[in-house]
Design a protein around this ligand. Structure first.
Ligand code: KQY
Length: 362
């Protein structure tokens, strides 16, 4: 049986590797809630299955379902994908899954962060969230991996690391009073350093415009390798995203990472702005316990929200002219990875994208 550890990862010399390092697999949760996913969640289930089947070509995928969706998931998923039934509240494995850590011998531990559905009763995205808060512990228990229960609220989508002591995050999210209202910035930094074994936190001011996650960094920036990042970018000064990306660029150009390197920033233009239509929002039922979906809302589209699998980039695309430019820039940044573009508008409608629905296991 796995243990609940009472020590700190930093003292135990465990750290979080960059996502670009080798994984032993990937975890996902199957979507079903009809107050977030239109048309009885069927279009979302189809695209989640496509993401899972694609990742599974590169590393083994495990899919969590409820008892209710096990049969449909079994039909849609490649038979080599393992399906486990754990009750859940929504389908954002990046945010509810464990963060896997390793030490220099390759031993693995996991962090189980406190989860409050991205803001609890103060702007959170759904209610209740108690099943989702249990998922990380359930996964670690299933895998027999020892677990740290962190004493503060954090979602996996709000952090990126380079595996060499640097963490990237946003003030917009981590300092939002709906996450840890009793902690100062310095206290949050101290906890991040203790739990992820870091030397330097780089605080971007904002994430993507109108992102309901309160600016998760995984929609704004990702680490290509230590010292190099891709940054969501627009050159359109009239786009509200412009000031956000410019503020991030200015900060990144003026700082160094934990190893003292200047950071190379590769600009990755955002998709042409997308707005929800009547068809996107009208077929959502039972809206009391989750964020309302309103027509004409600017979606938080970004090409940065991809998953780095072993040897492949699983990239959201939107059937827009901007897709090809993103593929070209990402191919150049990851010359040894195959780019696997997936039409992912349906995941975007639910409030995130491919990175948000996946969690790598070491
Ligand atoms: O990591 C994410 N992007 C989660 C988004 C949750 C959206 C819930 N509607």
């Amino acid at each position: 049986m796995n243990k609940l550890l009472k020590t700190l990862p930093q003292d135990d010399k465990y750290y979080m590797p960059g996502e670009f390092e080798q994984h032993s697999g990937c975890w996902m949760v199957f979507p079903e809630r009809t107050d977030n996913w239109r048309k009885n969640a069927q279009p979302a289930q189809t695209v989640y299955a496509k993401v899972a089947n694609t990742i599974n070509k590169y590393e083994p995928v495990t899919m969590i379902t409820s008892q209710r969706t096990k049969t449909i998931a079994t039909k849609l998923l490649d038979p080599t994908i393992k399906i486990l039934v754990f009750e859940n509240d929504d389908a954002w494995m990046r945010d509810i899954g464990p963060t896997f850590l390793k030490n220099k011998n390759g031993d693995v531990h996991g962090i189980d962060w406190i989860f409050n559905a991205l803001g609890g009763l103060n702007g959170g995205l759904y209610y209740p969230w108690d099943n989702d808060d249990k998922i990380a512990a359930e996964v670690l228990s299933y895998l027999n991996i020892d677990r740290y229960r962190a004493p503060f609220v954090l979602e996996g989508g709000s952090i990126h690391v380079d595996g060499e002591g640097t963490l990237y995050t946003t003030e917009e999210c981590l300092l939002n009073p709906n996450r840890n209202p009793d902690l100062s910035k310095e206290e949050i930094e101290k906890y991040l350093k203790q739990y992820l074994n870091l030397k330097k936190i780089i605080w971007l001011p904002y994430g993507i415009f109108n992102d309901e996650t309160d600016g998760h960094v995984d929609n704004m920036l990702c680490v290509v390798k230590p010292g190099t990042v891709l940054l969501a970018w627009t050159a359109d000064k009239n786009d509200p995203q412009y000031e956000r990306s410019l503020a991030a660029l200015n900060l990144l150009e003026q700082t160094t990472d934990a190893m003292g390197r200047k950071i190379e920033v590769i600009k990755l233009p955002i998709p042409t702005p997308m707005y929800t239509t009547d068809e996107d929002t009208s077929d959502i039922t039972g809206k009391e316990n989750s964020k309302a979906r309103v027509k004409n809302t600017r979606l938080a589209g970004s090409y940065v929200n991809f998953y780095i699998a072993n040897g492949a980039i699983i990239l959201p695309i939107f059937n827009l002219p901007t897709d090809q430019q993103a593929i070209d820039i990402i191919s150049k940044a990851f010359p040894h990875h195959k780019i696997e573009p997936i039409y992912a508008y349906e995941i975007l409608l639910g409030g995130g994208n491919i990175h948000c629905i996946t969690q790598q296991q070491l």
